[in-house]
Design a binder for this molecule. Structure first.
Ligand SMILES: *[C@@H]1O[C@H](CO)[C@@H](O)[C@H](O)[C@H]1NC(C)=O
Ligand SMILES: *[C@@H]1O[C@H](CO)[C@@H](O)[C@H](O)[C@H]1NC(C)=O
Ligand SMILES: [Cu+2]
Length: 316
């Protein structure tokens, strides 16, 4: 291949993958990291990342934040209210098949000195197969691609205030091995609650995923995929959840059984209008209920408020 052809191949390859370029929260707009500009002088809330290319090993040392784990030279931190929405804007997202997840890790102080490979992560949002079959259904990554290549997550109102790394991730399943696209930013959460993640909810990255996880080692073109409607999202149980919830399309998302012991008598302050139909304004994947949730309204049509766990209901 001559130099020009290999340059073309490089450009085509780069444009076929991606990463987060901007964030928005509470009316503020934050530049992300620009991997193909010089790092010198770049200020961003995002942790520097070097490549649009995917990570294709679930145990890769860069799977935490698509980097060596360290902060940028001029690293910024965004102040984000608990209970507010934060949106990550990716480049034109080309891979519509796979889950989207969001994690937090408490830095225990300023995140800038924290290596993400030593962080303990908990998952605050996840969406996998939205409807249909593994072979031909709609996936969260497809919703992201169709939604201006952006993904919005509500910072749970129950999360304690403090400095956190936030990690948006999508896993592209169109080829094998699966392609991981993790992206991290530094935030300070204010006005938070008092619900610490449990030991079972806290994981390391690398550590939380294995190449044999059913949600990682998956062939979308197999015979079974044409009838399979469940997909097991990799990683730990969702924050506030006692059990892992399989996503089998929105119609079969099953809430964990009510636990009289874990709620210790305190009824959730709001559970949203579980199962009731749209008409409101909360978008797909937006929070619509759960302990400590103080928002109002109902899901935008055609979504319904589905209980994920005691602490979190979302519009699906
Ligand atoms: C599947 O979900 C997508 C995204 O929410 C939606 O646009 C589509 O109409 C749904 N398809 C079916 C068959 O329900
Ligand atoms: C779509 O995303 C871009 C950033 O990639 C942003 O500048 C633009 O405002 C977004 N458009 C809408 C309608 O949200
Ligand atoms: Cu790609």
């Amino acid at each position: 291949m001559d130099a020009f052809a290999s340059l073309l191949a490089f450009v085509a390859c780069a444009s076929a993958h991606g990463g987060v370029l901007y964030y928005a929260n509470g009316g503020n707009w934050y530049d992300g990291w620009q991997p193909y500009n010089t790092p010198t002088g770049q200020t961003s809330i995002q942790r520097p990342w070097s490549s649009y290319n995917p990570i294709q090993d679930a145990t890769d040392p860069t799977i935490g934040c698509n980097d060596d784990g360290t902060a940028g030279a001029l690293q910024l931190t965004a102040t984000v209210a608990a209970g507010s929405d934060i949106t990550a804007y990716w480049n034109q997202w080309p891979h519509p098949t796979g889950p989207v997840m969001t994690y937090l890790a408490d830095c225990g102080g300023d995140c800038t000195s924290v290596n993400s490979n030593t962080a303990k992560w908990f998952k605050i949002q996840e969406a996998g197969l939205i409807n249909g079959t593994v072979a031909s259904g709609t996936w969260a990554a497809g919703v992201m691609a169709a939604g201006n290549s952006s993904w919005t997550t509500t910072i749970p109102a129950t999360v304690p205030s403090g400095n956190y790394l936030i990690r948006f991730e999508t896993i592209a399943l169109h080829s094998m091995p699966a392609q991981f696209y993790p992206e991290c930013a530094q935030i300070e959460i204010t006005g938070g609650g008092s619900l610490q993640p449990t030991a079972a909810e806290l994981v390391s990255l690398p550590g939380a995923y294995s190449n044999t996880d059913p949600g990682v080692n998956i062939n979308l073109y197999s015979e079974e995929a044409t009838t399979e409607t469940c997909y097991q999202i990799p990683g730990p149980p969702l924050y506030g959840s006692d059990d892992k919830v399989a996503t089998c399309g929105s119609t079969t998302t099953t809430p964990p059984p009510p636990s009289s012991t874990s709620s210790s008598g305190t009824a959730p302050t709001s559970t949203g209008s579980s199962g009731s139909s749209g008409g409101g304004s909360i978008p797909q994947f937006g929070q619509c209920g759960g302990t400590g949730w103080t928002g109002s309204g109902s899901c935008a049509s055609p979504y319904t408020c589905q209980v994920q766990n005691t602490y979190y209901s979302q519009c699906l």
